[in-house]
Design a binder for this molecule. Structure first.
Ligand SMILES: [Zn+2]
Length: 136
């Protein structure tokens, strides 16, 4: 076993990664024809112009909350309710939905700036989960 095996790894490696400083980035695509940026990444065709000339890009996970809702009842044991799901308009353009790392605090998140954070999964400490944290 090498040292790499002991490092927690992103739980959804097709959607996000972490740099050497453990800062997360989101994986998107940019259209070379019209410049449209999309998330999640796909190579079927540009959502705006239809071009298949799409390149993978790392997106800075920073943006503004455009909607948030607190979930009180959840059919799965994980994540543990209550938790808050936010829709975030990234500065790069795409809208991303993810957990908002605010514990049990509710409400008032729309319009707040957020940034990506990673945390070890409560189910598996070797798996990193992506969340948004509220930028002070
Ligand atoms: Zn395009």
């Amino acid at each position: 076993m090498n040292e790499q095996d002991l490092t927690p790894q992103p739980g959804k490696p097709t959607l996000f990664g972490v740099d050497s400083g453990q800062r997360p980035f989101l994986k998107g695509v940019r259209c070379k024809a019209c410049g449209e940026v999309a998330f999640p990444p796909q190579h079927y065709g540009c959502e705006k112009c239809g071009s298949a000339d799409l390149v993978d890009v790392a997106l800075s996970p920073e943006g503004v909350v455009i909607g948030a809702s607190q979930v009180h009842i959840h059919a799965q044991p994980h994540p543990k309710a209550p938790f808050t799901v936010a829709e975030v308009r990234l500065d790069a353009g795409p809208v991303v939905r993810a957990l908002l790392d605010v514990g049990h605090e509710s409400g008032g998140w729309s319009g707040r700036r957020v940034h990506g954070v990673v945390a070890a999964s409560s189910q598996d400490r070797n798996v990193l989960e992506f969340r948004f944290g509220v930028t002070p």
